[in-house]
Ligand binder design. Sequence first.
Ligand code: ZN
Length: 232
Amino acid sequence: MKTGYLHRLADLIAPRLCTVCGRRLSPTEQVVCAPCYLHLPRTGFEHHAYDNMMARLFWGVVPVSRVAALFYYEAHSDVSNILYDLKYHDHPEIGVAMGQLVATEFQEAGFFSGIDALVPVPLAKVRQRHRGYNQSRCIAEGISHVTGLPVVEGVVLRTQFVKSQTQMYRWDRLQNVAHAFEARHLPTLKGLHVLLVDDVVTTGATMTACARELQKAEDVSISMLALGFAKS
Ligand SMILES: [Zn+2]
């Protein structure tokens, strides 16, 4: 990654710190320092993107092509701290940086071959206004920087403002988001292979609901990418 003069200058004035260990980042590091990055729990799913623990969540539920997350996600872990900062501490740049990291790793595994467009899982308008950005959109932007794939928004909208998922049981969560999305402008997706992008996948309910809507487009294929996968 290029590091310009302005970046180096900004580092002198306000040094960027590793989200995990708090050490100062070098100009080429982003979000997490190299030693910490090496120790984050990788899934390796991108190397068997058609059959892995996350892909199996969708078997018999919704037709999907490739499915992978970069890291395993556990509560109170380094990975959850990074994603929490992205989501709740006004750090959209973490999403872009993590998007670039996941794209660089997955590209080597051929994960993006044949994919035409990146579709970030949308937030409800109310939530996005409150947060100021959609973290999935930030991740998709980072992926786009590396792969050159376009980010397509507006083909699926979140129509319902759902309750926070964290305090709900699995079945409730599935019901909660099942009808939360609505497809738009479907002819623009005709014949395309779309990659759905989200920050964390837990039950797969959100991805499923989103994919079902996108599938209303003619001859569309769907793959899925997340930064974190929570084993439930
Ligand atoms: Zn560190």
